[in-house]
Design a binder for this molecule. Structure first.
Ligand SMILES: [Zn+2]
Length: 252
């Protein structure tokens, strides 16, 4: 999960907004500036867009799952009045957007204050918005070698959050909604682990595991490993590892 908190202050943002205003609500005008902030990654699942493999990353309808899309944070099905509000747009890969989020927008609690132009701002959404929410306040990482011998780098709710807290529930719902964690727990349920994003989470495990092992030894060791692959600095995961917001679990 990548923080996009600098988006609206970026020097190029006013230019994108001007192009959008002149375009009669073409939200793709924001794609470049959003991608500049995330260094060409999906801010939710951290898939690197320029690694799209059009053969292995197609869904059953032939859509390329890893292309960047700009869509509504609050879905236009319910929030028609935010359809052309530029602060309601978020960048996601096609898979996060169309296979996972779709038009979902759960709220806390099952609130009676809901979805009107006058009071939507009072709502407590249960989906992280990487522009407004700091992922470091919601999640820890888990490097997991599961009992099924699957390697995954998952998100889990930050250990310091109380289970009754809004932030905890928002973390849980975000993880579940985007399939970014809970792979081990799912083995006892009817849903197969293969329904989760094990390929993506496995690639993340491989990319960051040596960094996590080095960080367990010390910050100097972590920086040595990071220098070997400087492109890894641009992932949100690095901030979690540097701050020791992770654990390594090998349940075998
Ligand atoms: Zn994604």
């Amino acid at each position: 999960m990548i923080s996009m908190s600098s988006l609206y202050e970026h020097i190029d943002y006013p230019k994108a907004l001007e192009a959008f205003n002149a375009s009669n609500c073409k939200w793709n005008k924001f794609k470049d500036i959003h991608m500049k902030i995330t260094k060409n990654k999906c801010p939710i699942c951290e898939y690197l867009f320029n690694q799209c493999d059009e053969i292995s990353r197609l869904d059953k309808h032939g859509n390329n799952l890893c292309i960047p899309t700009i869509d509504h944070y609050r879905p236009e099905d319910y929030y028609y009045f935010l359809k052309c509000n530029h602060k309601n747009y978020i960048l996601m890969c096609f898979e996060c957007n169309s296979s996972y989020k779709k038009s979902k927008f759960p709220l806390y609690p099952t609130s009676d204050i809901r979805w009107t132009k006058e009071n939507f701002i009072e709502e407590k959404p249960l989906i992280i918005n990487p522009i407004l929410d700091n992922p470091l306040k919601f999640f820890d990482l888990v490097f997991r070698l599961s009992s099924r011998n699957k390697k995954v780098l998952e998100l889990k709710p930050k250990v310091s959050l109380l289970e009754t807290d809004y932030l905890y529930l928002k973390a849980v719902e975000t993880i579940k909604l985007f399939g970014l964690g809970g792979c081990e727990e799912s083995r006892h349920e009817t849903e197969s682990i293969d329904n989760y994003r094990v390929e993506l989470l496995g690639n993340h495990f491989d990319r960051f595991y040596a960094l996590a092992k080095a960080r367990q030894i010390g910050m100097d060791e972590f920086l040595v490993v990071l220098r070997e692959n400087p492109e890894n600095r641009e992932y949100g995961f690095i901030k979690f590892i540097a701050r020791e917001q992770f654990e390594i679990i090998t349940n075998r």
